[in-house]
Structure formats: structure tokens, C-alpha cells
Design a protein around this ligand. Structure first.
Ligand code: ADP
Length: 193
């Protein structure tokens, strides 16, 4: 059983790498960003509640995110070999809540992957994605805000996972396959170790 957190700044390639991981290991991909965008697109009460925050690059309140992720985790059937958490936890409070969720299930987080990409490259990638995929939050002003919030709130949680000795930093520069192959090596070594 492998439960993996994939973390990194906006534009670091978490979603792309998650798709490759799920295609090769039987893990369930839980992306909080995808979940929120689906709620917004469907116009649900939750979607209406978070729309402004997401489109301005702010974080959704912790307790709301914790409820969303606990609910999603509880619905994963046991045909999977584990989970990929993409976009959660993003704050110290979320990291703490996740510990409690896993403790209650009697399970452990096996790997924290931190995909590292320098800031100008992140901005270039997100601007390009904004042009091709039309994500509302991929414009320069919102990108800058997302990076600021990431540096202030999410980057610091890496210390917590370093202390737990499950932290792995990946250089997110190179081809998608080159980056994936580094991730695959880490998953295999943790799975077989
Ligand atoms: P990216 O990593 O490219 O910024 P995501 O798709 O992971 O994008 O998330 C998009 C937006 O959804 C975030 O900018 C934030 O507003 C909201 N969001 C997603 N996950 C969380 C979370 N765990 N806590 C707070 N807000 C979140």
C-alpha cells in the first residue's frame, strides 16, 4: 500500500505526473483542484461558495478542504493500492488533519514528493496553459498571488514531512518522462524497501 502526497508550486506538473503515476501503479488520484473546479462548473452550492477564492488565487478555508478530502478518501474503494493526494495538504492545519485521518484508518502516508521548479519557469508554463486551456486562474495577476500564497503557506509544511523522513525533492525540469522516471524510482524503492 502506497499513499503518496504530490506537492509543488502551481505549474510544477503535479497533475501531469499524477496521471502517469496512476497509469502505472493502481493508485486513486484525488486532486482537490479538480474537485473544486468540477463543483464550480456544476454550479453547486459548494462551487458557488469557493468560486471567488479559487479565481483570485486564494486558498479555500482549511475546514472546508478537510471535509472535502475526508469525504473523498472515505469513498475510495479497496481495489486500489493506495492514494495520490494532489493539492492537499496545503497548510500546516491541513497536514495535521491528514495525520488524524490516516491514524483513524490505521494507515500511513508513505511518500511526500516535492516537485521543484524555479519561479520564472512556473510563470511561463502557467501563462501558456492559460492560453491553451483557458483556466481562469492562469493569468499573470492570479499566478503571482498563487505563488505568493504557496510560498507563505505550503512551502513551510515540507519541514513536517522532512521530520517524518518521507520527504523527497524532485527537480521538475526536463522532459515529462525524465521527471516521471525519477518519481517511479522513488515509488519502487519505497514499495520494495
Ligand atoms: P495549482 O496547483 O495549479 O494552483 P490546483 O488545481 O491544485 O492548482 O488548485 C487550484 C485552486 O484550488 C487553488 O489555487 C486554491 O484556490 C484551491 N485549492 C485546491 N486545493 C486546496 C487546498 N488544499 N486548500 C486550499 N485551497 C485549495
Amino acid at each position: 500500500m502506497i499513499n503518496l502526497i504530490i506537492s509543488g508550486a502551481p505549474g510544477s506538473g503535479k497533475g501531469t505526473q499524477s496521471d502517469l503515476i496512476v497509469a502505472n501503479f493502481r493508485l486513486k488520484h484525488l486532486s482537490t483542484g479538480d474537485m473544486l473546479r468540477a463543483e464550480i462548473a456544476a454550479g453547486t452550492p459548494l462551487g458557488k461558495q469557493v468560486e471567488k477564492l479559487v479565481s483570485s488565487g486564494a486558498y479555500v478555508p482549511d475546514q472546508l478542504m478537510i471535509d472535502i478530502i475526508s469525504n473523498a478518501i472515505s469513498q475510495v474503494d479497496n481495489s486500489y493500492n493506495g492514494l495520490i493526494l494532489d493539492g492537499f495538504p496545503r497548510t500546516a492545519e491541513q497536514a495535521q488533519a491528514l495525520e488524524e485521518i490516516f491514524e483513524k484508518m490505521g494507515k500511513k502516508i508513505s511518500i511526500f514528493l516535492d516537485i521543484h521548479v524555479e519561479e520564472q519557469e512556473l510563470i511561463d508554463r502557467l501563462l501558456k496553459r492559460g492560453q491553451t486551456q483557458g483556466r481562469k486562474d492562469d493569468n499573470l495577476e492570479t499566478i503571482r498571488e498563487r505563488l505568493k500564497v504557496y510560498n507563505a503557506k505550503t512551502q513551510p509544511i515540507t519541514d513536517f514531512y522532512k521530520k517524518k523522513q518521507i520527504y523527497h525533492r524532485i527537480e521538475g525540469i526536463g522532459t515529462i518522462d525524465e521527471i516521471y522516471s525519477k518519481i517511479e524510482d522513488i515509488i519502487n524503492s519505497v514499495a520494495n524497501g
